[in-house]
Write a protein that binds this ligand. Sequence first.
Ligand code: FES
Ligand code: FES
Length: 175
Amino acid sequence: MATRLTVNQRVWDVEAAPDTPLLYVLINELELHGPRFGCGLAQCGSCSVLMDGVEIRSCVTPVGKVGGKSITTFEGLPAWYAEQRKLTPVPELHPLQQAVIDEQATQCGYCLNGLVIKAAELLSKTPEPSEEQIRKAMNGHLCRCGTYPRFMKAIERAAHNMTLDGGNAQQGGGR
Ligand code: FES
Ligand code: FES
């Protein structure tokens, strides 16, 4: 029996067995390549997605458990953000994605998906996080290239720009 999923605001019926990891479905059936396979053991965060706005590790989440939930991947972050802020049109990038570019906060990029997903969750709940709150939130995400200092700056830059978006929501932008 097919499992009905909502991924990036679109409904999909997938044929994978219910115990198939969500990550495999996202990559192999939906051809989404933001989430990455890293450890496969919920240890690194490279596979993270948002489920109803909360970060989950898709490598250990059976697809049968997410029916009826709203899944957002790296690719869907701009639309997810626009929906939250009532922004039109949908920006090309989530402010965090833009800030990563602006701060040159990535090297090989393998960890990028998880770092951005987790930071997006953080800023949606805590718009002006302290350094300690950022460190605590990002603690479970591994970056082999050691980009943490630059990524910290990217989060701070995004938080600042998102404050501007909040002020200009009715005009549809402001980043
Ligand atoms: S691949 Fe899922 S946490 Fe590492
Ligand atoms: S940028 Fe290479 S693992 Fe993080």
